[in-house]
Design a protein around this ligand. Sequence first.
Ligand code: 5AD
Ligand code: SF4
Length: 480
Amino acid sequence: MKKPLIQKSEPNLDLAFKRSKTPTKIDYDSIIISDRLKSYANHKKAFIRTYGCQANVVDSENMQGILQEIGYELTEDYNEASLIILNTCAVRENAEDKVFGEVGSMKRLKDKNPSLIIALSGCMMQEPSIVKKIERVYPQVDLVFGTHNIASLPTLLDEVIFSKCRIVEVYSKEGEIKENLPIVRSSKIKAFVNIQYGCDKFCTYCIVPYTRGKQRSRLKEDIIKECQDLVNQGYKEITLLGQNVNSYGKDLYDDYTFASLLEDVAKTNIPRLRFTTSHPWDFSDEMFKVISSYKNICHYIHLPLQSGSNDILRRMGRRYTLEDYKKLVVRLRELMNDVAISTDIIVGFPNETEEDFLKTLECVEFCKYDSAFTFIYSPREGTPAAKIEDHVSMEVKHDRFNRLVETVNKYSQEKYKQFEGKIVEVLVEGYSKKDESILTGYTTDMKLVNFKGDESSLGKIIKVKIDKAHLYYLSGEQVS
Ligand code: 5AD
Ligand code: SF4
């Protein structure tokens, strides 16, 4: 028999588009767990699979913390789980297809174990058409909750388990900032720290401003305390996270900027400090100064280009020109001759011409990126670009994509080659997936290094002599 469906709150794109002027409230104590849920969970196993970006990784870490506090044990094998959560990503259609494939295949587990609870969370759940499809086509899904509903997970699980109903709770308007959520981090060596949520840039292709709501900065005191705690626990690397870190604080302070925060976090003496993502539009002079004044701030900048054509940049609503972008890259290189720069590029934005595309290729040649994440444009429901009638065929888009990847690889290989014979500093994170006798870690400028070394170096920053550059990593041997 089909379980009844309770739609507590369904996603709504008009609401998600709105930006209220009221200041965001902060809740320091938002988790309520019923006794009956605690005794039900009592060492049952829970599994979370995370899709997409680092914001989702942190959300999953918080969900794991909440589940552990409820009494669940975390497992990496979903076959033995009593609760499965898929934390989804909506940025491109292929990410969504993977989730539907996974949910479909989980029907088999549910048939074997009817008390299994399957929950879906994350950005995809903020899309009305996706939630409708899940309600209609996937009865095996018991719970759907959105990016603003994570702190309600214990209440939602309690209701799903004891009312024996399917539940949908997705708020479209962002709520309070939830501080002090429990957390189980995926690494004991490096950590992600959110400094802001949401995005107000509304690039015309992007669904993030709808799925993650208004830009809201966390209080500087809360961020610095979290970073100081990580240092005290022995963490070696912190990455400050936000959709547009450079605009941190604009919604909270008159004269405390991202540069001020970066400086305060650098002063905690975390051995490595990174940040992502920087929008090229508001990269301030102060930021340049702070980055070059603190040795622990890594000389690695992710600077999304998206397109090298001014016409496409304008139609994407990116707020900078190709000339502004190139100037920024030149300044970064003047200031730090060892800086590594990576980027994001989209090909096939609606009605992109061959000429537009060639400008993107020229910009890749000018910037000589260390690496680039390259994407074929994917129309996203509710975004302005999705309404444009597009006359470019998929065949042309794939051809441009392949030419772009070829050019990107050429320069990234040149960068990697420069390391042959050199000694680099590596933060040792673990063992290579392919060969357990090989250690693995990253340089300050984000080059993956696989090397022969001493197991006791795990969690430490050590020196490695590089003997060979490969397409996506360096290999070598530990020297100290
Ligand atoms: N289609 C393709 N790529 C996209 N991105 C964001 N939205 C889309 C879309 N609709 C890419 C951008 C962004 C990265 C995180 O994902 O390049 O910087
Ligand atoms: Fe999307 Fe643009 Fe915001 Fe990045 S800056 S999350 S691409 S809207």
